[in-house]
Structures are given as structure tokens and as C-alpha cells.
Ligand binder design. Structure first.
Ligand SMILES: *Cc1c(COP(=O)(O)O)cnc(C)c1O
Length: 230
């Protein structure tokens, strides 16, 4: 059996187990987002043949290049930071942008989009300087502002990256804070804002993330193996 197929089967089994353990009542399906940075198209196509339907790229140029080869029978997610001058090149290709984090980006998306664009607001829960995303306390006002002023942007939930650690308590606390924030936002019933998705959890922490309410996990290494350079 090929390695990618085996890896995906193991991950799917782990996802199922974590869903069982999770505190979440409505156990909707978990989206396994295959993160394909540094992975070439022939390998991505193998993963698609194993059932992958969602692909995540962190660089707009790479998303664009691979989309042009692989096409739109899978859903393309931009998971890395997005410069405004790159919006034009990906806006017709993405299913969802996970890194909405500032008004200037909203302006550009509103200007370039021909249809509604699904977005997640990226939150920097632990306030690490190396991470992008809004601080927790700024998210509510940001979302209200987007809802009022940028009708083509449909906010569908939140995304975060946990600290790079194996400390389960820190990871769990981070994910729990993002889930709590999404519950608070949902309770405000903001126009055209939903909290359908929580994008959190990567190769080393996706099981904990699911237990704490994630329904999109972004997984690279555990599917494709170690990257040489990113
Ligand atoms: C690279 C990356 C991932 C996947 O990381 P792995 O540890 O390889 O699973 C997830 N999310 C973002 C934003 C990434 O850049």
C-alpha cells in the first residue's frame, strides 16, 4: 500500500476517535485539509485519489500555480498570510481564505471579488510576535466592521495556529479559547456572519484540536512526510 494512502487512513481513523472523545454535541463532519506547501502536483494528485477534497496552500503564487494544473474538482484554501497585491491572482480560485486579519485586505477582496468569498478570521490567541492574526479582544469589532462594510466577504468562522509545543495543556487552552470566542461571536447574531468553521489543529495537535471543537484540521507532514524547507 502506498505511504500517502496509509497515512490518510491513519489520520481518518484518529479523527474519528477524537470526534468520539470531543465535548461537542453536534458532531458535524471534520474537514481534513491537506496542506501541500512544498509538495508537487503529482503527489497532490495521489492524495486526491485517496479521497482528499480540500487542499491548503500558504503561498498565493503556489496556490495559483497548482490550481492551474490540478483544477477545481477540489476546494482550494489559502491558509497563509495574504498580501493585498496578491488578492487578484487567487480570488477566482479559492474556496476559502483562512487568513483574514486586517481591513486593508477586506478592501481589496471587496474590490476584486466577482462573487461572495468565504473567509475565516485568523486569531493570534497566544499573542506570539512571530504569528499573524488579530488579538482575541479585537476580533468582535473587526467582524462587525466587515459585516457592515464588505458585503462580498462572508465570514464563516475562525482560524488559529497553536504555539509550537508538545505541552498538551497549552494546546488545549489555546483551542478552547478560540472555541469560546466563536461561541461569543455566534451569540451576537451578526448579519451574514456564521461560525460554521473552526480551523485549528495541525499534524502534531489535530486530535486535541478536534476534542476542543475544531472541524477543519490542516495537515501537511502527517500526510506527505517531513518538508525540507518551507
Ligand atoms: C504548514 C502549515 C500547516 C501544516 O503543518 P504540519 O505540521 O505540516 O501539519 C497548517 N497550517 C498552516 C497555516 C501551515 O502553514
Amino acid at each position: 500500500m502506498n505511504q500517502i494512502k496509509e497515512n490518510i487512513e491513519i489520520i481518518n481513523k484518529n479523527i474519528k476517535n477524537s470526534v468520539k472523545k470531543s465535548n461537542i454535541k453536534d458532531k458535524c463532519d471534520i474537514i481534513l485539509l491537506a496542506v501541500t506547501k512544498t509538495v508537487e502536483c503529482d503527489t497532490i494528485i495521489k492524495a486526491i485519489e485517496c479521497g482528499i477534497k480540500d487542499i491548503g496552500e500558504n503561498k498565493p503564487q503556489e496556490l495559483s500555480r497548482k490550481y492551474d494544473i490540478i483544477g477545481n474538482n477540489v476546494r482550494w484554501h489559502l491558509i497563509g498570510s495574504l498580501q493585498t497585491n496578491k488578492v487578484k491572482s487567487i480570488i477566482d480560485k479559492v474556496y476559502m481564505i483562512h487568513s483574514l486579519d486586517r481591513i486593508s485586505l477586506c478592501e481589496e477582496i471587496q474590490k476584486r471579488a466577482k462573487k461572495d468569498i468565504n473567509c475565516l478570521v485568523q486569531v493570534n490567541i497566544t499573542k506570539e510576535e512571530t504569528k499573524s492574526g488579530l488579538y482575541k479582544e479585537d476580533v468582535m469589532n473587526f467582524i462587525k466592521c466587515v459585516s457592515r462594510n464588505y458585503p462580498k466577504i462572508k465570514i464563516k468562522g475562525l482560524m488559529t495556529m497553536a504555539p509550537f509545543t508538545n505541552d498538551e495543556d497549552i494546546l488545549r487552552r489555546t483551542f478552547r479559547e478560540l472555541k469560546a470566542l466563536s461561541d461569543t461571536i455566534l451569540s451576537e447574531n451578526i448579519d451574514s456572519v456564521s461560525m460554521d468553521y473552526l480551523s485549528m489543529g495541525m499534524s502534531n495537535d489535530y486530535e486535541i484540536a478536534i476534542e476542543e471543537g475544531a472541524n477543519i484540521v490542516r495537515i501537511g507532514t502527517s500526510i506527505f512526510g517531513k518538508r525540507n524547507l518551507t
